[in-house]
Ligand binder design. Structure first.
Ligand code: GLC
Length: 471
């Protein structure tokens, strides 16, 4: 995941300001972020407190100076935001909505926006649209939904996934933590012996299919995958078949495979028609379909929901009873759960989100995660470190209960280069908290940069297996 935008929102640095102000916007307001509720409170000491129900890294306390200027206020975070100069405006509209727009200056002074709305959707901007009435804002955890008895099946199947691991870069080269050495029958046995109940096979199906209609998947590749699945089943390992690194959608690849956006969407549907047809007779409690890894932020939730609503019926034509593992929008985050729109009459779905917080630790010093460079590679497991993570996981749990959908954390883990003792602490903590909430999971990953298993020495990271209760 690439949280540049998130960082802009989140790592607001609070500085001291001495002024005390009363503005028309003092007190409590409510807003929505990724379909989830945020509470914003302006206190008399000119501090803005933001609390997000879904994403603890959006929480912030920020000192500001508000200066009346015509029909709005100039709204300036004291000390800027994340070390960047910040200038904004705040206005209460005639219908009582509070709009705050803040521009950030990258290396230069920020330019004050003329209207708050100008900052909406800007990478170097922050925008808040807030109302006084809490009930006017949808909370993804609002209860009162009608959950049928048939919803229980997906919860049952989720138990079968249990503790799992991602077989990244095994079928295909992983562009980010490259590792495409082949696996042998011994690898699958070793995964089962290490106590894993399932694997997620991260597969770039598009690399094995025609780029022109009917986008036929290479029969030799199907034969290869059949063999992989057979190896898993022989070891009693359940399988999630994942479409990973999908052009445009997954990793924002430009000009992928020389196809247009629309053609790639058609191709994805054609791939799923074939995969679903090919595996339709495989046992439903052992084989799961994961239609699309981490849909990009660019795709957005509306288009993603639209895509899912087309893919699911295609799969259902041949697999009426298959359990699907559907990701949340905008890079598969936990805090985008509130934007996921699943078919109302299909309950055979496990919802998948990835969780890598704190990102600066889990992705420490990776070239594709520039915000982590030079950040601490330790995690002590203090109450302060645990609190935001617990809050996020509690949100997922509440969402799952309120919506009657089981949850799979389809990726979590850390690079193998972080401080070893911290990694053990983090694994112990995450495993316990995910288990406690009844989520299944797939650790990222078997081999490669995030590895639990060293392909060269043939050895597992025993202390991590112990940390997750499998040794
Ligand atoms: C996502 C990416 C993968 C990366 C992993 C950890 O699954 O697709 O390339 O290695 O997250 O960042």
């Amino acid at each position: 995941m690439k949280p540049i935008k998130i960082l802009v929102f989140t790592l607001a640095i609070a500085f001291m300001a001495s002024c005390t102000q009363k503005t028309p916007f003092s007190g409590k307001w409510y807003g929505s972020q990724f379909g989830c509720l945020s509470e914003v409170e302006f206190s008399p000491d000119s501090t803005m407190h933001v609390t997000s129900e879904a994403n603890s890294s959006y929480n912030m306390d920020m000192k500001f100076v508000a200066t009346p200027d015509g029909n709005h206020y100039n709204f300036d975070p004291v000390g800027g935001i994340q070390g960047l100069d910040a200038k904004g405006v705040a206005e209460v509209t005639p219908d009582g909505t509070l709009l705050i727009g803040i521009n950030l200056g990258m290396g230069t002074e920020a330019v004050r926006p003329g209207k708050a709305e100008e900052c909406k959707g800007q990478l170097l901007g922050v925008f808040f649209e807030l109302v006084r009435d809490r009930k006017a804002i949808h909370s993804a955890t609002d209860g009162g939904k009608d959950i049928p008895a048939e919803a229980a099946l997906a919860f049952e199947r989720n138990k079968r996934l249990g503790h799992g691991i991602n077989l990244n870069g095994f079928v295909d080269d992983n562009p980010e933590d490259g590792n495409n050495a082949p696996m042998s029958a011994a690898d699958f046995k070793s995964i089962a012996d290490a106590g894993f109940q399932s694997v997620r096979i991260d597969t770039k199906w598009s690399a094995h299919a025609l780029t022109v209609p009917p986008y036929t998947i290479d029969p030799a590749f199907f034969a290869f995958m059949d063999d992989v699945v057979a190896n898993c089943f022989n070891n009693n390992i359940a399988v999630s078949l994942d479409v990973h690194y999908y052009p445009y959608i997954n990793m924002s690849y430009p000009d992928a495979d020389g196809l247009s956006w629309e053609e790639n969407i058609e191709r994805l549907k054609a791939l799923w028609r074939q995969i679903a047809e090919h595996y339709k007779d495989y046992p439903n409690d052992m084989l799961f379909f994961d239609p699309l890894n981490e849909p990009s932020v660019e795709l957005g939730s509306e288009r993603y929901n639209g895509l899912i609503s087309e893919l699911i019926p295609i799969i259902r034509e041949s697999n009426p009873d298959r359990t699907l593992i559907v990701m949340t929008p905008s890079q598969g985050q936990t805090w985008t759960l509130g934007e996921l729109d699943l078919p109302k009459d299909d309950w055979n779905i496990i919802v998948q989100a990835h969780y890598y917080m704190p990102h600066t630790f889990t992705h420490n010093n990776l070239a594709y995660a520039p915000g982590t460079m030079g950040m601490p590679n330790t995690w002590e497991g203090t109450e302060t470190e645990k609190a935001p993570l617990l809050k996020d996981l509690d949100f997922v749990s509440k969402w799952s209960k309120a919506n009657g959908r089981p949850v799979n954390i389809g990726e979590w883990g850390t690079t193998a280069t972080v401080d070893p003792a911290s990694r053990v602490r983090y694994f112990t903590f995450m495993n316990e908290e995910l288990d406690k909430r009844g989520f299944s999971y797939h650790i990222w990953s078997y081999r490669g940069v995030f590895q639990l298993y060293n392909g060269e020495t043939g050895l597992w990271q025993e202390d991590l297996l112990k940390a997750i209760g499998q040794r």
